[in-house]
Every structure is written in C-alpha cells, then in structure tokens.
Write a new protein. Structure first.
Length: 387
C-alpha cells in the first residue's frame, strides 16, 4: 500500500512510489547485491561511448528535431528491416522518444479517451498501469499462467468490450522472461483485426532472446497499419541512463503520438542519438555476443537458485527470471524479499507488484541476471548460506 500524497489527483494516488525504488533503497541500506532493478553493471560497446563523446565535442548539444535526428531515424528503419522484416519511412513513421516509457505514455495519452479500456497481460510492467491511469483510461488484464506463462485465447476475447481502445503487448516479457510465440501473436492479431483495435508492442528486449525467436507483431498480415512498435537502446546496448527509445507506426498514428510527446520532454539526448545511430548500424555482432553471454548468466543464476531450493520457472528472454518461493516459505513475496536482504544480503523483486490479482503473484519473485559473473556467483553463494 502506497502512502497518500496531499494534492495528488485520485488517478495517481496508487502510484506514489515504485517497488524498484523501495527494493533498491533496501539494497543500499543492507549492503545487499541488487538483483532487483533492471540495470546492468557494465556499459555497452566502446564504439557508441566514443561516438557520444565525439557528438558532444562536435557541438550536438542543443535541441534535436522533434522526431529525432535523421541519422537515428534512418538507422532505426534499417535495423527494423534487417532484423524484423518491417518497412518504416524514417521521415513520417518513426518518432524518437525519451526511452520506451515515454513512447508508451505518449501512446496512451494521445490515443485514449477518458473511460477507454486498455487490455494488457498480467503480470505487467508497473509503468503500464500508471500510464493508463494518467490517460484516464481503465486497464483490463489477461492472465499469463505459470509455469509456461501461456494465456487462454478465450480470456483475451472476454477482456474486449465496446470500450476497448487498444491492446498493450510486451514481448519479450518483463517480468516473466516469456517470448510470445508466433501462434500466440496470431491470436492477438486476430482479436485486434476483428475488433478494429490498435496494438502497442513494447519490444525493448527484442535482441535478448535465448531459445524462442522474437517476432514483431507488426510483421503479421493486416497488422502493420494498426500496430505501434516500440523499442529502445537502453537494454540493447546496456545504456539505461541514456533514455533513447522510439515508436514506429503508420504516419497518422505517429502524428497522434507526437502530439502528446511534444508536451512531455519535447526532445531529448541530442548527442546520444548520434551514438545510438552508429550502434544500430555497426553493432550487430555485439548483439549476438551479448545475448550469448546473458544466456550463460541466466543459466548460472537459475542453477544457483535451484540449488538454494527455489522453483525456477522458464525464462526465454529479457534480463529476468521468476522463481516460486513456496518450496522455501509460506510468506508472501514482499515479506520474503525484505527478509532475504537481511538474511543473506541479496535483493530481488516481489512479483506481486506486477499483478492486479495479488493472490496470483504472491509466491513469485523476479531476479535480474544482467550483472557481472562474479556478482552473480557471490549472490548464489549468499543464497546458499540462507538460514
């Protein structure tokens, strides 16, 4: 339960703090290894860091164009064509944003009327709920069921009403590590087409897939004109502090999103845009190597958690995996995570923070494995000493 803040409007009273702030503060206070908040502890390629420094020294420090610099928009278009088979016009169909979070917020603020409904899969990344509330819309959730995080097509169909405005899809999925299959995406596409809905896809982990291939929903028949494809450089290149993201869609959708975005940040990250453009154009080999390394780290942490007694659920993408704590405790995940920091100096995230139906997520805990190998090994050792 978050504290009520005077003067804050009723829509946001439930969002006065985040589980990430709480658990990261706990990690600092207890000297714990932070396997909660999703940021790596190493930087991305030297090439893009040098490019950012060069852009600053070359004077690219003032407002860039509202849509983003042309070099970055062209690089995004080329990247989508190369990796996802998608064709976007860099002039009219790409908008650079302050990370994927601003892109999602801009979509909801610009496309939803007060009282509209947004369908999303549960568990969901917590900003989806907050952004929906800011837009004056209501969320309706479709459960992803453990252990394979599948959903029932009937549940999706039943979530659609005459007030549904859009479906929000996150694949690869945070917090579960699920990668939606082609068959599942086809179900979503069929529902969207039949009900004439817009689909917003959050694909920030598009390159961090380990077994199942990533498929962009916009590549399916009849979906290019009704899908807004969102991604970011933050996770792809391990530069979460740069906040360079993008939305790609047909011109009329981009025009609507831009109308909201221009009154949020207006523009952002001028020198970093040049660096990300260079990274998208030149770092395909890095992406392959980084993903292979993350797969090894996932397996290292998963094995350590299993040895410590957790039930580890499958993760096929992202930085994250989920465990069921019931073999170890009958406590709720939030209590368990707070006590874990005190007991053995490791912090994770209680998955109940990502659920409306708290009973469905009370016994799950999310772990983040994009840390240096020695950090993960130390965390595993500490977990093994848990009393």
């Amino acid at each position: 339960m978050t504290a009520r803040i005077p003067y804050l409007n009723a829509r946001l009273q439930g969002y006065t703090s985040t589980i990430f702030s709480e658990m990261s503060a706990l990690a600092v206070a207890t000297g714990s290894i932070n396997l909660g908040q999703g940021f790596p502890d190493t930087d991305g390629p030297d090439l893009i860091k040098r490019s950012a420094i060069r852009a600053i020294e070359d004077g690219h420090n003032q407002y860039p164009p509202l849509n983003g610099i042309s070099e970055l928009r062209s690089a995004i278009a080329s990247h989508h064509k190369r990796h996802n088979g998608l064709d976007f016009d860099p002039v009219t169909e790409i908008l650079v944003t302050a990370g994927a979070t601003e892109a999602i917020a801009s979509c909801l603020l610009s496309l939803c009327e007060t009282g509209d409904e947004v369908v999303m899969f549960e568990p969901y990344y917590d900003s989806y709920a907050a952004c929906t509330a800011m837009a004056g819309a209501q969320r309706r959730t479709v459960p992803l069921r453990a252990p394979d995080w599948s959903f029932e097509p009937e549940a999706l169909e039943n979530a659609i009403t005459n007030r549904t405005r859009l479906i929000l899809v996150n694949t690869p999925h945070n917090p579960t590590g699920k990668v939606f299959s082609l068959a599942e995406l086809q179900v979503i596409a069929d529902v969207a087409r039949r009900h004439d809905l817009i689909v917003v896809t959050d694909e920030v982990y598009e390159h961090l897939v380990y077994e199942s291939p990533h498929v962009s929903l916009a590549s399916l028949p009849g979906m290019a004109e009704r899908t807004i494809t969102i991604s970011s450089a933050a996770k792809t290149f391990s530069v979460t502090g740069w906040k360079v993201g993008w939305a790609c869609a047909r011109p009329e959708l981009i025009a609507a999103i831009r109308s909201a975005k221009q009154f949020l940040t207006y523009v952002n990250a001028a020198p970093f845009q040049y660096a990300i453009a260079e990274g998208l154009n030149q770092c395909d080999d890095y992406l392959v190597e980084a993903t292979a390394l993350l797969r090894e780290k996932r397996d290292l942490l998963a094995a350590g958690l299993e040895t410590a007694g957790f039930k580890v659920l499958p993760s096929h993408g992202t930085f994250f995996l989920t465990t069921d704590i019931t073999p170890l405790s009958d406590e709720d995940g939030h209590t368990f995570c707070r006590e874990l920091a005190q007991r053995c100096g490791v912090v994770a995230i209680p998955s109940s923070a990502f659920y409306d139906d708290k009973a469905s997520g009370w016994h799950f805990v999310r772990w983040m494995f994009s840390k240096r190998r020695e950090v993960l090994e130390e965390a595993v050792e500490r977990l093994g000493r848990r009393q």
